[in-house]
Design a protein around this ligand. Structure first.
Ligand code: ADP
Length: 671
């Protein structure tokens, strides 16, 4: 076995690999771009080497920089993770030339599977069924159109060099073909610098079922069961599970055999995944689409049902050992599901989001395995994949796993950029998901239900936020008092105070509405008025944000994250972001952004609408910031005079940066 390995990656997969390396007693070397100087994977590694500026092309994709770091650090082997250079044959070769072991397949196997067309030709020759289509060299648009016609619409145009769902277009009829081909070519040229396309019959409905394979240098090649990854958006996976539900034993066996044949056909070594399209309900039909010559994002579901550590297997195989187990020694137990928590906005076509994770609560270990590469306070940068965590649950059967997924998501909360948490919770709660009625059209078909967030903030969420704030006020008051005079009789902590008002007032805004609440002490809890009548409420808190709110005697678990002016309350997987509004300030108009003159998220100043000394009225636009492809207008929270403008058009701003300083002024008397 090696003594020291370098991980040529970042985020959760780098952390995940480092953990196994440490468990096996290996030293782990991280690499990092300037954007990741303080990242979790850097903190976790034994040493960390800088490899360049934030853009991946200049750091995590820079072969020379990574090889130089590996050599300088004395690492003996390089684990590429997934994405970045993991399927780059030139990188695998460069490692070998530098005397480093590449923890992955031989460069020839990467190359053979790197082109979807060449891979399909190889698979046909190996007797593996492939999706009907055209994967020839002739790239003349007329030829491609004729092939599409021959296959019959709908067809799928796919970039031969593709990945990540890019360079792909579904074409419904002949009229659309030319424009779709041109668009797919442009996208593929931008993403892969390669315009070659293949045409496939678009299979609909379809399930994405894949087989985990493993091979060693001694000639063993086996499968480690299957996974279903049909819950996809933009042809990209969001929820994966193992085993694939509802497949016949015969179909499972044939797919596994085909996958192992595929691995053998290219002289495979290490971990790989062979992906198939399966028409739902068909007893024996399955079609090869591609082989990923690396560890998959969703490998933890296979680990959960087999009890194995696939990274350990990768390290052993790369070090020249035989596969730790033979196929007949593998045991599969129960059912596992992985949900990918992303900073993205499901309501805006799942647009990636960035920003600081002001507060973050992930499910506890009793509920789920959590693989994450970020911590509370870290920033999801616009440079890389916006994944926050993979939440992996296990149960004795699928129903138990689905139930645990719901509970794990309900125990999760993020205060920071928008996430897909509510969306994931709605998938997990959907009856069709519970039945296992899944295919790649699931999200599109159930779109309305999956995007519909309840229109009213539940009273329990408002009550929990309010009581959390009241508890914070009380402890701040106690701390101030204790600091002032530790020995004073007034520092005594009974909850009774001289002159304490009969009711505490609190104004919370949530989902575009504001709630003016009055709270009175009542026994161990509170009498709360202002949200749907009056009720008795109490809150018990744990350190990690988990709470129990009791309303008129009925208790519910939820999560409250509280920081600065904002709170996030997560109830049944739905997150409600609320702001406490200063009850004494004049009521704010809806565009006033809580009275802040700060950037709502990292972005770029597009225009400055006032100058120093300008007199502005409340609500006047001051400055416009573009962030995540949206414009945000910062308006004056009160009438005043512009005292300073901190940025000019074109400047990049951090989240929370003060943009304009405003001196409040008495509004001009009407003349
Ligand atoms: P990429 O490498 O870009 O991820 P894939 O070839 O793996 O592209 O396909 C991504 C997804 O697109 C698949 O998981 C599946 O949902 C869908 N898909 C691919 N090929 C077909 C097909 N021929 N018919 C229907 N759906 C397909």
């Amino acid at each position: 076995m090696f003594r020291k390995i370098l991980i040529a990656n970042r985020g959760e997969i780098a952390c995940r690999i480092i953990r196994t390396a440490h468990r096996l007693g290996l030293a782990a070397v991280a690499v990092y771009s300037d954007a990741d100087r303080a990242a979790a994977h850097v903190a976790l590694a034994d040493e960390a080497w800088p490899i360049g500026p934030p853009p991946a092309r200049e750091s995590y994709l820079d072969i020379d920089a990574i090889i130089a770091a590996a050599r300088a650090s004395g690492a003996e082997a390089v684990h590429p993770g997934y994405g970045f250079l993991s399927e780059n044959a030139a990188f695998a070769e460069a490692c070998a030339q530098a005397g480093l072991v590449f923890i992955g397949p031989p460069p020839a196997a990467i190359r053979a599977m790197g082109s979807k067309s060449a891979a399909k030709a190889l698979m046909l020759a190996a007797g593996v069924p492939v999706v009907p289509g055209y994967h020839g060299d002739d790239q003349d648009p007329d030829r491609l159109a004729a092939e599409a016609h021959r296959l019959g619409f709908p067809v799928l145009i796919k970039a031969v060099a593709g990945g990540g769902g890019r360079g792909m277009r579904i074409v419904a009829d002949a009229q659309e073909f030319g424009a779709a081909l041109a668009a797919a070519r442009r996208e593929a040229e931008g993403a892969f610098a390669d315009q070659h396309m293949l045409i496939e019959k678009y299979i609909e409905p379809a399930r994405h079922v894949e087989i985990q394979v493993f091979a060693d240098r001694q000639g063993h090649a086996i499968d480690l069961f299957d996974r279903d990854c049909s819950i996809q958006r933009r042809h990209q996976k969001v929820i994966e599970e193992a085993p694939a539900p509802g497949l016949g034993a015969e179909l499972r066996r044939s797919m596994a055999a085909a996958a192992v044949a595929a691995a053998r056909a290219v002289g495979y070594v290490g971990a790989g995944t062979v992906e198939f399209i399966v028409p739902p309900g068909a007893a024996d039909a399955f079609f090869f689409i591609e082989m990923n010559t690396r560890l998959q994002v969703e490998h933890p579901v296979t680990e959960a049902i087999t009890g194995l550590d696939l990274v350990e297997w990768q390290l052993r195989v790369a070090a020249g050992e035989e596969l730790p187990l033979a196929r007949k020694e593998l045991r599969r137990r129960g059912h596992a599901i992985e949900a990918r928590l992303y900073a993205e906005d499901p309501e805006r076509e799942f647009l990636p989001q960035s920003g600081r994770l002001r507060r973050l609560r992930l499910p506890p270990a009793e509920l789920a395995r959590v693989d994450s590469g970020v911590r509370e306070g870290d920033t999801i940068s616009p440079y890389y994949d916006p994944m926050i965590a993979k939440i992996v649950v296990w149960g004795e059967d699928r129903a138990a796993a689905v139930g645990r997924l719901r509970r794990a998501l309900a125990a999760t909360a993020v205060l920071g950029p928008a996430t897909n948490l509510g969306f994931l919770a709605r998938v997990a709660a959907h009856p069709a998901f519970a039945e296992g009625a899944i295919d790649t059209g699931f999200i599109e078909r159930h779109r309305a239900a999956l995007l519909a967030r309840p229109s009213e903030v539940p009273a329990a969420a408002i009550a929990a936020a309010a009581l959390h704030r009241l508890a914070a006020r009380a402890s701040a008051a106690r701390a101030a008092q204790t600091a002032a005079d530790r020995f004073s009789p007034w520092a005594e902590n009974s909850g009774w105070r001289l002159g304490e008002p009969a009711a505490q007032e609190l104004v919370l805004s949530a989902a575009g509405r504001s709630y003016r609440l009055a709270a009175r002490r009542c026994g161990p809890g509170w009498q709360l008025e202002g949200v749907r009548g009056m009720f008795a409420a109490a809150l018990t808190l744990a350190d990690d944000g988990a709470c129990r709110v009791t309303i008129d005697g009925v208790g519910r678990s939820l999560v409250v994250l509280d920081e600065g002016d904002a709170l996030a309350v997560s109830l049944d997987g739905e997150t409600w972001v609320m702001h406490e509004i200063d009850a004494l300030a004049p009521p704010a108009g809806e565009e006033l952004g809580g009275g802040k003159l700060t950037a709502p998220m990292p972005g770029k100043v597009t225009s400055v609408l006032v100058s120093r000394g300008s007199r502005v009225a409340r609500g006047d636009p001051l400055i416009v910031v573009e962030a995540m492809k949206m414009e945000h207008t910062i308006r004056a929270p009160v009438a005043g005079i512009v005292a300073a403008i901190r940025y000019a058009a074109g400047d990049l701003v951090e989240e929370g940066a003060e943009l304009v300083a405003l001196e409040p002024a008495a509004p001009a008397e009407p003349g």
